[in-house]
Design a protein around this ligand. Structure first.
Ligand SMILES: N[C@@H](CCC(=O)N[C@@H](CS)C(=O)NCC(=O)O)C(=O)O
Length: 257
């Protein structure tokens, strides 16, 4: 089986091992990170592309956002931390998350700054929603999509967008500092979960031409581009190079959704 195999819901339900429902519309950082974690661990994953209109899929997922990860008969996992811990358990000990307690606490704290509420991905999404709302839907997502996402993920007219930008800049700086001295990975001489999250969550802040993610539709490509337009200049070059390295060596390139 290839590292990531796209299948229909019936095939995924009938299978054992790791199966996942992931975004098939955009290279959503949470979905791409989940795929990347298992790939890095050498654990094959069957992926079902999320569709809002599929009743069988909805009944299986028991959640209304993605990714949702299934392992054998265990309950579905919907949160990045639980997904990461599962991926760590299914691969070589200490490979994805450090064995040392203090080291692990620091790593998971930084992962939360990337994937948690008010983290890098959450804040990049706020930039996209801000572009939509302040342009009447001319930029960013079309207004109906923007309003739907705004109500779910913390955007309101009262938002302090400068604070959002400052948080993004601080997180990027903290990650880039780990590459000082020309280091290739963020936490040592080989990649771990932190590298997967940093690389996949940088996607909204990077240019995303068709060649980088061929299945991304033009309208959503344009929506994604607004985060890069807003803050692409603030992304340290070392992080852009790290992302490239991660995708080319470890995650698969171009991005397949
Ligand atoms: N449940 C995830 C967060 C995932 C997330 O934010 N998913 C968004 C990505 S944009 C999503 O599915 N959005 C579509 C929707 O809410 O319908 C976690 O805590 O790790």
């Amino acid at each position: 089986m290839s590292p990531v195999e796209f299948v229909d819901v019936a095939t995924a339900k009938a299978a054992r091992g790791v199966r996942m429902v992931a975004s098939g519309m955009v290279p959503s950082p949470w979905s791409e990170a989940a795929k990347g974690l298992f790939r890095l661990q050498g654990v094959p994953v069957r992926v079902v592309r999320y569709s809002r209109d599929d009743a069988e899929l909805a009944a299986w997922m028991r959640a209304d956002n993605v990714p949702v990860v299934f392992h054998d008969d265990e309950p579905p996992r919907v949160h990045w931390a639980a997904i990461t811990t599962l991926a760590a358990r299914l691969g070589p000990p200490g490979a994805l998350l450090p064995d040392d307690l203090d080291h692990r606490v620091r790593t998971v704290g930084l992962l939360n700054e990337i994937a948690g509420e008010e983290g890098l991905g959450w804040n990049a999404r706020l930039l996209m929603l801000h572009a939509s709302m302040t342009s009447g839907g001319q930029r960013g997502f079309p207004l109906p999509v923007a309003h739907y996402l705004a109500a779910r993920y913390g955007y309101s007219a009262a938002i302090d967008i400068d604070r959002v930008r400052a948080r993004i800049a601080r997180t990027l700086a903290a990650l880039a500092a780990r590459l000082d001295g020309g280091r290739e990975y963020l936490a040592g001489d080989r990649p771990d979960a932190l590298d997967v999250y940093a690389a996949t969550f940088l996607t909204p802040l990077c240019p995303i031409p068709e060649s980088d993610c061929p299945r991304l539709q033009p309208l959503l490509r344009q929506a994604f581009a607004t985060a890069h337009e807003a803050m692409g200049d603030a992304v340290p070059r070392a992080l852009v190079e790290h992302r490239r390295r991660m995708y080319e060596r470890h995650l698969g390139w171009p991005i397949e959704i």
